[in-house]
Design a protein around this ligand. Structure first.
Ligand code: FEO
Length: 394
């Protein structure tokens, strides 16, 4: 399906309605798309990004439908195979085409794909490529998602092709997000899983894109934005240091004791005026947990003791939270134990990248008793106090 973006600019990429998992870890409940943008100048034709190799037939069919007989340039903003993997097939089909990218991306693509040195034209920051009435300008935007990622800006139409940056895993027939009301959640999911670890660099890249004053932002996943401020402002809020008056409790409970502690903490936090999100890690979607992590102030890991340490699912959640580097300010470890173990040490060792205040752990022997509930109430008060100190709650 071809989606028109502007005169002479078409999204000819592939829609993947059935994909449910990305990178073998990221859930994609709304599917995804691999957008490839055809830019037709009076003299030259460029294709910006390609598609996942197994979806190349959709791309080729769209090019056929537009009667594209030659492509001069395949601009590659990012080497990851969901955007670059179909380039070898495109070069076979359009043998005159050259791959236009930066030196780092060229290196990655030569490692990953059967491409040779003279398949490439190497560009750098600020270089331009004339297509005839349409000029492509290249802006380096590293770490959104890999170190080589860049943005291509179509100067005359003021369209920023940002690849993963501002993307969303969302399969839709709509060209633009403004026609598609589920997109905010999917864009936040995408940010949390892909961009959040690089918040500082993302902020610098937002400024670079803003300086272009784009009229359209066209990422390579999900719909484009005809009102760029909507996604730019959402990103600014997500990358900012501001957090919400919220606690995220991630828990596992084998026989119910830890769950009783969690239930009590939820009630007591409610009494204190703190919002709570609770997720049973074993059954929760890690993508939803990543979204929660974007702006919560406090993260609580609640675990029973198992194999002399935390439940392995809680270790996994701690490892992921640590890798995603959310702006969480406070972390607490709580749970029930039978006869000891290294729960706190093991979880702490998995949280080293987070710049957080660690609350005194709250570990209870067996199932919580009356005096334990008092401790949990005190724990809730302590969290509320931290929220007041941090200015997220009055
Ligand atoms: Fe959509 Fe980082 O690839």
């Amino acid at each position: 399906m071809i989606r028109k973006i502007a005169d002479g600019v078409y999204n000819v990429g592939a829609i993947d309605w059935e994909r449910t998992l990305f990178d073998e870890i990221v859930s994609t409940p709304q599917g995804t798309s691999y957008n490839a943008y055809l830019v037709i100048g009076s003299e030259k034709i460029a294709l910006i990004d390609a598609v996942e190799p197994e979806k190349v037939e959709q791309l080729l069919a769209n090019l056929e439908e537009l009667n594209v007989k030659k492509i001069d340039y395949i601009v590659s903003n990012h080497a990851e195979q969901d955007h670059s993997g179909a380039i070898p097939v495109l070069l076979e089909k359009y043998p005159g085409a050259k791959v236009v990218t930066n030196a780092k991306c060229k290196g990655f693509e030569m490692d990953l794909l059967p491409l040779k040195d003279d398949d490439f034209i190497v560009i750098k920051e600020g270089d331009t490529l004339e297509l005839g009435g349409k000029t492509l300008k290249f802006i380096m935007t590293p770490w959104v998602h890999w170190p080589e990622t860049m943005t291509t800006f179509l100067v005359e139409d003021k369209i920023a092709f940002t690849c993963d940056f501002f993307g969303s895993h969302a399969a839709t027939t709509h060209a633009f997000a403004e026609q598609y009301d589920r997109i905010y959640h999917e864009a936040k999911r995408y940010y949390s899983e892909i961009m959040m670890p690089f918040r500082q660099i993302v902020m610098r890249n937002i400024k670079k894109i803003e300086a272009l004053e784009p009229k359209i932002i066209a990422p390579s996943h999900g719909p484009a934005y005809s009102e760029p401020s909507s996604i730019i402002n959402a990103y600014k809020e997500w990358v900012s240091e501001t957090t919400k008056n919220e606690v995220l409790i991630l828990y596992v409970s084998m026989h119910g004791s830890t769950k009783k502690m969690v239930d009590a903490l939820v009630d007591y936090l409610g009494d204190e005026g703190v919002e709570v999100k609770v997720r049973d890690i074993v059954h929760a979607d890690m993508g939803e947990i990543a979204i929660d992590l974007v702006d919560v102030t406090t993260l609580i890991l609640a675990t029973p003791t198992m194999l002399a340490g935390p439940h392995p699912s809680v270790v996994y959640a701690a490892y992921l939270a640590n890798a995603l580097k959310p702006k969480v300010k406070v972390v607490g470890i709580m749970g029930s134990y039978g006869w000891g173990g290294r729960t706190v040490d093991i979880l702490k060792s998995n949280l080293g990248a987070l710049k957080v205040e660690l609350l005194e752990p709250l570990l209870i022997k067996g199932t919580p008793k009356k005096e334990d509930y008092e401790k949990i109430r005190e724990y809730a008060k302590k969290i509320a106090e931290k929220h007041r100190e941090l200015g997220v709650m009055k």
